[in-house]
Write a protein that binds this ligand. Structure first.
Ligand SMILES: Nc1ncnc2c1ncn2[C@@H]1O[C@H](COP(=O)(O)OP(=O)(O)OP(=O)(O)O)[C@@H](O)[C@H]1O
Length: 343
């Protein structure tokens, strides 16, 4: 659906060149939800804005549904943009128009007949769950409701791609989840390809199929969300994962551990994904490696439809036994982070 080929974007400001994107190669398939995560200044906004030519790439190609959008004339680009909807962090609604009026706006621009507009707007208002707010103005809506209007407006003309620019960053965690649920529902119902940028792993974890981690204008890591959780390769991917997997260990426990021999005592965080969550790996490890463990914290939740478990525990034993036990865990596809008394 979308193919990005050797994309580069260099900004020229005050005689200086700023390389915002370099060597970006990506393929996004029809119907998937593709996330791009990165810190502030990594190049996320520039990249997503290249997908509808709000930014013009310095070099490289972006092919959307078999058309290279970097080579279109102004008229062709205007037509192509109808296939590419976009939602924004700050919603960008027209304050003088009601919910109904905001959603109708792109349909009016597209030249749709009034009766058809009314019918389509009704459908969209129902789809995004705003039936009771149809005649409200943006100022009378909550952030979540405003974003629902933004979503309805963006998909009004049945685009093939929906670009989401930090769409939940201005919302509280509960509202964020409800908006992500809505996006997922629209993706499933309409098969709409979605590209979203975010600095929050929670967003990636909740709705994305695949993810690119972007760092200083380049793709640091790319794969399925499950691959990122089970086998993060880069330091930056580890850092983003910590946003959702970090367990706050009480100071006393950390201090107590710091005074012990690091060869015989470890404080570990283990991550289990998929079927490893239902295997008795820990009891097998204890039986076969002559070590003692003490479980401090455990939780399980889901990434897409796959269970994902986290366990914080202490391990005590002879250095060789600990080392073999950790090897055993790794062989069983369990990710290990040493929280203190490092290896
Ligand atoms: N119009 C511009 N002119 C000059 N430099 C720019 C412009 N827009 C972005 N940049 C620079 O390009 C780099 C990437 O910026 P970009 O906004 O794409 O990052 P980002 O990951 O979206 O960050 P944020 O989350 O803070 O928006 C930064 O160094 C930024 O300063």
């Amino acid at each position: 659906m979308i193919k990005v080929d050797n994309l580069q974007k260099v900004y020229q400001t005050n005689g200086k060149s700023i390389v915002a994107l370099e060597n970006i190669d990506l393929e996004i398939t029809q119907g998937e939800i593709f996330g791009i995560i990165g810190y502030s200044g990594a190049g996320k906004s520039t990249l997503i804005r290249c997908f509808n030519m709000l930014e013009t790439p310095t070099s490289g190609n972006i092919i959307i549904d078999n058309q290279d959008i970097t080579r279109l004339s102004t008229t062709q680009l205007r037509e192509k943009r109808k296939e590419i909807g976009m939602i924004f962090q700050h919603f960008n609604l027209l304050s003088a128009r009601t919910v109904r009026g905001n959603i109708a706006y792109p349909l009016e621009i597209a030249g749709m007949k009034k009766a058809d507009i009314n019918k389509r707007v009704d459908e969209l208002i129902h789809l995004v769950g705003l039936t009771n707010q149809a005649d409200s103005y943006p100022a009378q809506l909550s952030g979540g409701q405003k974003q629902r209007v933004g979503i309805a407006r963006a998909i009004a003309n049945n685009p093939k791609v929906l670009l989401c620019d930090e769409a939940t960053s201005a919302l509280d965690p509960k509202t964020t989840l409800s908006i992500l649920e809505l996006l997922k529902d629209i993706n499933r119902r309409l098969g709409l390809t979605m590209v979203l940028i975010t600095h929050e792993m929670e967003v990636i974890k909740n709705i994305c199929d695949r993810v690119a981690v972007i760092d200083q204008g380049q793709i640091a890591e790319l794969g399925t969300v499950l691959q990122l959780f089970s086998q993060p390769k880069t330091k930056i991917a580890h850092e983003f994962l910590k946003q959702v997997t970090h367990v706050e260990v009480p100071e006393e426990i950390l201090a107590n551990f710091a005074s012990k021999d690091s060869a015989t005592h470890k404080l570990l965080q283990l991550s289990f994904l998929g079927e490893t969550t239902s295997n008795p790996v820990i009891s097998d490890m204890i039986k076969t490696h002559d070590i003692d463990i003490n479980i401090l914290h455990g939780q399980i939740n889901r990434i897409q439809d796959t269970p994902y478990g986290t366990l914080v525990m202490t391990v005590e034993g002879a250095p060789e036994n600990i080392s073999n036990a950790l090897k055993y865990l790794k062989e069983n596809n369990i990710r290990i982070e040493v929280l203190t008394n490092g290896l």
